[in-house]
Ligand binder design. Sequence first.
Ligand code: NAD
Length: 292
Amino acid sequence: MARIGFVGLGNMGGPMARNLLKAGHEVAGFDLVPAALEALAAAGGTAAASAAEAARGAEFVITMLPAGRHVRDAWLGAGGMAAAASPDAVLIDCSTIDVATAREVAGAAGRPMLDAPVSGGTMGAEAATLTFMVGGPEEAYARATPILSAMGRTLVHCGAAGAGQVAKACNNMMLAANMIVTAEAFVMAERLGLTHEALFEVVSKSSGQSWALTTYCPVPGPVPTSPANRDYRPGFATALMAKDLGLAQEAAATAGAATPIGAEALALYRRFLEAGNGDVDFSGIIRMIRGS
Ligand code: NAD
C-alpha cells in the first residue's frame, strides 16, 4: 500500500481521496477549507498543515484544484509541493487545466509528472468509476496505474505531458456541441409537432445518436436518470462546461486549429452562464434555445 499526498479535497478531490483510503492506502491531505480536512480525517486520512507537508515522504502526490493558476502555485510556488516531494515520487495533477500550464508545470517539477484529468463528475468520483486521460512518461504512468485504478474504472495513456488535457478539451468540446444540436433538434421537433418520445425513439437508433441524447437527454421522459427530470440540477454544471470550452479554445488557438463549432458552443454556454445559470446542469441550455 502506498503513501499518498492529496491536495484539493473539494467536490471531486474529497471522494477521490476517500476511495484511496478505502483501497487501503495512507493519505495525507491538504485543503484551504477546514471542513474538507475534517472530512478526510473522519474517513481515516491525515490532515496536513500545508500542501508541502502533505507531499513530504509520499510516493504519489495528487492535486485536484480549480484551475491552472492554483496548480502552478501549489507545485512550483513558495513552499511548493514539487520540491517537498521525494525525488522518486510520482506527481499527478487530476485538475482540468490549460494545456500550456500542464506542460510548463511538468517541465519544471523536476520529478516524473502526469496530467490526469477526469470525466465522470462527482458521481463517478464517489463511485470510483472515473475515466482518467493521462499524459506524461510511460514509466510514471505504469507506476501510477494501481493508484488511479482505485479512483476510476477506465485509464487511457494519451501521450506525453499535456496529452491528457488535450483529450479532455476535445471530449468536452464534442460533448457541448452534441448537447446544443440535440437541444436544437428537440425544440425544432416541438415546433413541428413531433413528440419527444418519437424523436428519441428514432434518433437513439439512428446515425444522429450521441451520449448527449441517450444518457443525458435534455428533455424529461425518455431517459429517466437525466438531469432534465430533476429540473436540470447538476450533473455537470454550466460554469464547469463554460470553463472547459474556454480551455479548448485556448488550446486550439495555440495550435492554429480551426474550431468554429467549438467557438460557437463557448459563446452559447457563456450567454447561458451570464444569464445566471452557472449552477444549472449544462443540458438546461435547451431552455435558452427554446426561449423560455
Ligand atoms: P471544488 O471547488 O469543489 O474543489 C477544489 C478544492 O481545491 C476546494 O476545496 C478548494 O478549497 C481547494 N483549493 C483551492 N486552492 C487550494 C490550495 N492552494 N491549496 C489547497 N486547496 C486548495 O472543485 P471540484 O468540482 O472538485 O473540481 C476540481 C477540478 O476537477 C477542477 O479542475 C474541475 O474542472 C475538475 N472537474 C470537475 C468535475 C465536477 O463535476 N465537479 C468533473 C470533472 C473535472
